[in-house]
Design a protein around this ligand. Structure first.
Ligand SMILES: Nc1ncnc2c1ncn2[C@@H]1O[C@H](COP(=O)(O)OP(=O)(O)O)[C@@H](O)[C@H]1O
Ligand SMILES: O=C(O)[C@H](O)COP(=O)(O)O
Length: 598
């Protein structure tokens, strides 16, 4: 029988009162067990002798809560604050202003090493979840020099910005930039196809005197679909959905997209010839690959149809791929040896594209990425008194494995704290290290975390671990969810395993795991993600719901909407930016545990 079960038997309170008391009392038991150097079950006995457990326990609770106000009262809300702060740091406006240097007196625009003489010759096109704010910033800087423009953004974004009075993301009333909204559920649709056609027609009219400013961010792939005549929009949707739901990475998906679609893989820049092109890119892919973000509309790349067929084969999707798509790729693959006249690129011996003369008027610039968001989250964590560690900006893997891994990392941190407190060698810790390495963390990173725990211990601080990247999900169930909620749910299951197991009582302390999408929409649900802690686990156990069953059915959103009155969901609404997903793990130091026992 676990400590919680012991306490539930002892508690004279109602179910919810008992839950409250038992959650807190477990920490008390641990304190007693540690102080008196006895097993926790013996501590239950000491607890019974020393506390007349109605009034005294409430008294203990209120005293502790006062003390706690100085410590971190609520890890869950702290994690949310850090995430929301990080989103503000990747606001498109400041990033655009950082690269466009315009001298109004001379009408000269400087972009890195290039200069452009403006004479009302600027055209703007954009596609992606962050391009509304990017367009607003361009409009602010270049003003009257803009002749016209078209951007394609997610449905509802403008209304959301008006609703929240977010002026930094609202185009001026006299704007020359036309806004198309579409791509419901982050999938190609007629509306986004219309936007793409309008963009194509605009750029086709440009001359060598014109400057085309292209704005690109994650989501641009679906917001600007351009299938060739042989492939219908529906077939494009089928193949991308097939990929997205069967574990394809964004790299896999966009490799295929840029081989299939006219405006991708440099196609947009090609269509804009002979105009000069400056492409401003907000990265939502690990490592900022310009050829893959929004499927690289302005980055000329060599077609690789054989590689696309290999991807479909590897994911076991070839037989389910629409006939037209398969035939198209097979035909292209047969002709692969030809020089790729279409996109005006040849390959050097080392495989990098050798851009021809014709591309000289082309600039591709990454204006921001998830590093900025990670640094901001770390800054906020430090301000809030945590010891922040940015573990990785390259987070990858199956969402549920990632969730489990980060919950295990939380246990590891607790053990490191405890080892530091007791100065005892710990074989369990070594075992867990091996498991974390097997789960995908580098030994070097684990050592770094262990060092940071030492520092946190010395500074008397709680730990905050930040990771960012993109996971994948194999959707096999029929539920509603997203990659981040699935990560969080898997973390909660692991926390339950760890803290409810009788042997693991010593780790029973405070931690939480948040996983959220920076664009504010996780999968097909209108929440950024979820944050889980021991309280959620307790409430789920009381409710009798099976977290495992929800996870098996890919039904994480229904789970989080049902349990704890939805309080573990993280809402930001559509954010107007997009720099991948973020995981935040918070772990309390031992001395910050909820109950003090004298
Ligand atoms: N029920 C579900 N549970 C978990 N993940 C899902 C579910 N349905 C779809 N997904 C995943 O959501 C992904 C799309 O989510 P989204 O948040 O739009 O991605 P991103 O914004 O990172 O491109 C798909 O790749 C798919 O794997
Ligand atoms: O937010 C998204 O939808 C992903 O980051 C992928 O976007 P992309 O394919 O447009 O780069």
């Amino acid at each position: 029988m676990s400590i919680v079960q012991h306490l539930r038997m002892l508690s004279p309170f109602s179910v919810s009162g008992a839950r409250f008391i038992s959650t807190h009392a477990v920490h008390l038991m641990q304190q007693i067990a540690r102080r008196k150097n006895v097993l926790p079950y013996c501590a239950v006995g000491i607890f019974k002798r020393n506390v007349s457990y109605s009034r005294s326990l409430w008294y203990e609770t209120s005293v502790v809560e006062d003390t706690e106000r100085q410590a971190h009262a609520n890890l869950k809300s702290d994690a949310e604050k850090m995430f929301k702060y990080s989103i503000k740091s990747v606001h498109p406006q400041q990033m655009i202003e950082g690269v466009l240097h315009f001298n109004r007196a001379t009408s000269v625009l400087r972009v890195q090493q290039e200069t452009y003489h403006l004479h009302r010759n600027v055209f703007v096109v954009g596609m992606g979840k962050a391009v509304l704010g990017m367009a607003k910033a361009v409009e602010d800087v270049l003003g009257d020099h803009i002749v016209t423009g078209i951007i394609s953004i997610p449905r509802g974004l403008q209304e959301e910005m008006i609703h929240t009075n977010n002026r930094e993301m609202m185009l001026s009333p006299n704007t020359k930039i036309l806004v198309y909204e579409g791509a419901d559920n982050n999938e190609v649709d007629e509306a986004s196809h219309n936007a793409s056609k309008a963009i194509l027609s605009l750029v086709n009219k440009l001359t060598e005197k014109d400057l085309l400013v292209v704005l690109c961010s994650g989501g641009g792939s679906t917001l600007c679909p351009s299938p060739p005549p042989a492939i219908s929009l529906q077939e494009l949707l089928t193949v991308t959905r097939l990929l997205a739901w069967n574990g394809a990475t964004v790299q896999d998906m966009n490799t295929i997209r840029k081989n299939l679609e006219i405006l991708k893989g440099g196609g947009l820049a090609l269509q804009a010839r002979p105009a000069k092109v400056v492409s401003l890119i907000l990265s939502s892919i690990i490592g900022d690959p310009i050829d893959l973000i929004a499927s690289g509309p302005t980055y000329p790349t060599q077609p690789t149809p054989s590689h696309c067929l290999e991807i479909l084969q590897r994911l076991n999707l070839l037989s389910r791929t629409p006939e037209s798509v398969r035939r198209y790729l097979e035909r292209e693959a047969k002709q692969q040896n030809r020089t790729t006249q279409d996109k005006q690129v040849t390959m050097s011996n080392n495989g990098t594209p050798q851009v021809r003369e014709i591309w000289k008027g082309l600039q591709n610039i990454v204006v921001g990425n998830n590093s900025i968001a990670c640094e901001a989250a770390a800054e906020k964590a430090a301000q809030m008194g945590y010891r922040p560690v940015i573990l990785t900006k390259f987070l990858v893997g199956e969402a549920r494995e990632v969730g489990k891994l980060y919950a295990r990392l939380g246990e590891y941190i607790m053990m490191c704290f405890d080892r530091k407190a007791s100065q005892q060698p710990n074989t369990e810790l070594t075992q867990l290290e091996l498991e974390l390495v097997a789960g995908g963390l580098r030994k070097q990173s684990i050592n770094h975390i262990a060092d940071e725990v030492d520092t946190a211990h010395n500074l008397n601080k709680d730990i905050c671990v930040i990771a960012s990247g993109e996971t994948v999900v194999h959707v096999e169930g029929t539920g509603t969810g997203g990659k981040n909620q699935e990560t969080a749910l898997a973390a909660a299951i692991q926390m339950k395993e760890a803290f409810r197991g009788e042997e693991c009582f010593q780790s029973e302390t405070d931690m939480c795991v948040l996983s959220c999408d920076s664009d504010g929409y996780d999968g097909q649900s209108p929440v950024a993600g979820a944050v889980v802690d021991q309280d959620l686990v307790d409430r789920t156990l009381e409710s009798g719901l099976s977290m495992e069953a929800y996870l098996a059915n890919n039904d994480s959103n229904t789970f989080f909407s049902t349990v704890n009155e939805g309080q573990n969901l993280v809402w930001t609404n559509i954010t107007g930016t997009n720099v991948m997903d973020m995981v935040i793990l918070l772990v309390r130091k031992p001395s910050d545990r909820k109950f003090k026992w004298n």
